[in-house]
Design a protein around this ligand. Structure first.
Ligand code: HEM
Length: 167
């Protein structure tokens, strides 16, 4: 892949990742403020549909990231793992991906099940308390994902490389 093609799609992947995260957060706020259980489930469904975009963003970033590595280091005496910002970035990317694939969907599924049981009047005792706890965990999930994404962007932009570099 040529520099511009790989880099172009890398930035598109970045845009897609930010859009998915922001839309997920906005829908999460809406889910929490909505009192009607039917509407809650509807908003939850929208959030899950938005979430389906995230594997595409991850794949796009990974494939174009590898393309960027080839373009940046092929024919030079530097190996990609010698650049601290890139190695750190890949570690944070793995954390972001695993958290997004495992933790978020797991809490979201449990919450949907609980809201459905509330709607059908078959909820277990203490359901409201459990719901509040799951809401809290999902907010924490969005906070962690946002921080990880900001760290990745910081490393991408300010790592020693084409820009003056902060470290
Ligand atoms: C959430 C994930 C990611 C985000 C938000 C992201 C974002 C960015 C951004 C904004 C740049 C442009 C930096 C600049 O030129 O100033 C960049 C460059 C780069 N990214 Fe990523 N990236 C991500 C994942 C990855 C992954 C997984 C890899 C490697 C497998 C990777 C490899 C690279 C490389 C090598 C460059 C430098 C390209 C060059 O200077 O020619 N990125 N990334």
């Amino acid at each position: 892949m040529s520099v511009s093609t790989s880099f172009f799609f890398h930035l598109l992947g970045f845009g897609l990742a930010v859009t998915t995260l922001v839309a997920g957060y906005v829908l999460e706020r809406k889910f929490r403020s909505e009192q009607d259980l039917n509407l809650k489930l509807y908003v939850g469904g929208l959030a899950r549909t938005m979430g389906l975009l995230s594997p595409f963003a991850v794949l796009l970033l990974l494939i174009t990231g590898i393309g960027n590595i080839f373009n940046r280091y092929a024919g030079t005496s530097t190996s990609w793992y010698q650049e601290g910002w890139l190695a750190a970035k890949i570690i944070f990317f793995v954390m972001l991906t695993l958290n997004g694939m495992i933790y978020g969907p797991k809490i979201s599924r449990s919450r949907t099940k609980l809201v459905k049981s509330l709607q059908e009047n078959s909820a277990p005792a203490g359901a409201e308390k459990t719901l509040a706890s799951l809401n809290h965990q999902l907010m924490l999930f969005y906070l962690v994902q946002s921080v990880l994404l900001l760290i990745i962007v910081y490393l991408s932009l300010l790592g020693t490389g084409k820009h003056p570099g902060a470290f």
